[in-house]
Design a protein around this ligand. Structure first.
Ligand code: SPD
Length: 332
């Protein structure tokens, strides 16, 4: 059986061979040859066994994360995916999509604060913000803390995720209560095609690249985000984990580097995600080209008092990668 890493290498070599044969542009500018599309599992009966939730997945082979379940609150298939919400013994309420933990009440703020505040504090005047995915509302909640943001638009494909979050996960879904929020239940790529040069910040809060979500980790989706950004705009996307996914991150970073003025990578710690960390791909369009490694505006004291993970110091520190990751992603 070929594992993911071997398949990536096979695809990369095949791509190089074909480009040599045809004289075509080397494919290093397009990461689709390194993406292996794992289908989502057909059966989710393994998720809940003997009072424990088990998270296993093809993107973290040979390891698993388990949580003791207090009560299953919701478990149904939506039009797009398996949706599970349970109350856990140690992590509060938990949202799981297609068998993968999206948020736990105990640590969701780490990811949601960082994916929102890094790009927002790196932009001198973010007025229009687009969120792709993020149906639980946690990223909206963070964006809504910024008083100078005028419009917050969200494109979430799965309406059930929005409704289930509003019912069972109000600590995140309260993000929908802000009057600046407009909700579109639709494909984000299509929305961006119809809204060129419209946003200062675009945040893609996606699930992992398994099944249909694979397209969110490929070059055409990044081209679509680039098109929907205003000059000086910033994207910040879910960028997986350096301990597990440098083979996925590196080709994506390489593929989008010619498109954007700067492309950087930051990460945060979060105990309930695979290997306890998750990263963000952060890229800028035009502007002064200074990148996003330092905030360009001060958060007011009131905001800093309520945030639980983001600080200006964490903002800077999150871009400092361990040597193995810096080498693997940027070759430095
Ligand atoms: N491995 C899980 C990655 C999930 C990222 N999206 C989380 C959604 C939180 N709003």
């Amino acid at each position: 059986m070929l594992n993911r890493r071997r398949l990536s290498i096979v695809f990369a070599l095949l791509g190089q061979f074909l480009s040599r044969q045809t004289g075509a542009e080397p494919r290093s500018r397009d990461n689709s040859h390194t993406m292996v599309e794992f289908p989502p599992p057909k059966d989710y009966s393994h998720l809940l066994v003997d009072g424990w939730f088990h998270e296993r997945g093809p993107l973290w082979p040979g390891q698993a994360f388990t949580l003791q379940v207090k009560e299953v609150l919701y478990h149904r298939k939506s039009k797009f995916q398996d949706v599970l919400v349970f109350d856990s013994e140690t992590h509060g309420k938990v949202l799981v999509l297609d068998g993968v933990i999206q948020c736990t009440e105990r640590d969701e703020y780490s990811y949601q604060e960082m994916i929102a505040h890094i790009p927002l504090f790196s932009h001198p005047n973010p007025e229009r913000v687009l969120v792709i995915g993020g149906g639980d509302g946690g990223v909206l909640r963070e964006i809504a803390r910024h008083p100078y943001v005028k419009d917050i638009v969200i494109c979430e494909l799965d309406e059930d995720v929005i409704n289930v979050s509003k019912k069972y996960l109000p600590f995140m879904a309260k993000g929908y209560d802000d009057p600046r929020v407009t909700v579109n239940v639709m494909d984000g790529a299509k929305f961006m095609e119809e809204n060129q040069s419209s946003f200062d910040v675009i945040i893609t809060d996606s699930s992992d690249p398994v099944g249909p979500a694979c397209v969110l980790f490929e070059t055409p989706f990044y081209k679509a985000m680039h098109g929907a950004l205003r000059d000086g705009g910033i994207i910040c996307t879910q960028g997986e984990c350096v301990w597990l996914h440098v083979d996925l991150i590196r080709p994506l970073v390489d593929a989008i580097t010619p498109l954007f003025r700067t492309v950087e990578y930051a990460y945060c710690t979060i105990p309930s995600y695979p290997s306890g960390q998750i990263g963000f791909i952060i890229a800028t369009k035009g502007g002064e080209g200074k990148g996003c490694k330092a905030p360009v505006r001060e958060a007011d004291g009131g905001m800093l008092k309520v945030l639980r993970y983001y600080t200006p110091e964490i903002h800077r520190a999150s871009f400092v990668l361990p040597a193995f990751a810096r080498r693997a992603i940027f070759g430095e």
